[in-house]
Design a protein. Structure first.
Length: 176
């Protein structure tokens, strides 16, 4: 399981309505994209997504397994509408509330083992993760990477007028 895209700062105006529910909300339009890069389906029931402030921003509910190559997008809230590249879409049970200046995002399995961790900026006064983006994410766009293990992070380039691509592979993966 790999975190492949993070949006902590939705763009201003109508283009910031990333969850497509009809209104831009700086918290509800935040999202985290996760891809199953392994060879087998993974049941995420009981897994958690947390940050430096709260260990459990989202607890994954019982549901269908994420197939190999499958994508899941967790939005901060709202009522996500649309295809999102065929991804499984969920709303964070506790909201995401990602800090633009810096944060530590952690995906843990049902036994509370860390599966992957990403940090950026000042790490919200917590220890930074091994995978660390040195700048804050107050960029009105997403941080993104390919789903291969160890792939580098980069800023999402503009594709089709958007600097995000929840659930869909971005044609311009990274500005390197």
């Amino acid at each position: 399981m790999v975190i492949t895209e993070v949006l902590a700062d939705p763009p201003p105006g109508p283009s910031g309505d990333i969850n497509a529910d009809g209104r831009r909300d700086p918290s509800e339009d935040e999202f985290v994209e996760i891809v199953n890069s392994g060879p087998a389906p993974v049941c995420l029931a009981g897994w958690t997504l947390g940050d430096a402030e709260r260990r459990e921003r989202h607890v994954f509910p019982l549901g269908r397994a994420l197939e190999p190559g499958g994508t899941l997008v967790v939005f901060g809230g709202g009522v996500p509408v649309g295809e999102f590249g065929g991804a499984i879409v969920q709303r964070a049970s506790g909201g995401l509330s990602l800090s633009n200046a810096g944060d530590v995002l952690t995906l843990s399995d049902a036994r509370d083992r860390v599966v992957c961790r990403l940090s950026w900026g000042d790490c919200s006064s917590s220890p930074c993760a091994k995978e660390h983006w040195p700048s804050g994410l107050g960029i009105a766009g997403a941080l993104v990477r390919r789903p291969e293990s160890g792939a580098p992070w980069g800023l999402h380039t503009e594709v089709g007028g958007s600097r995000t691509s929840p659930g869909a592979s971005a044609a311009g993966w990274m500005a390197e």
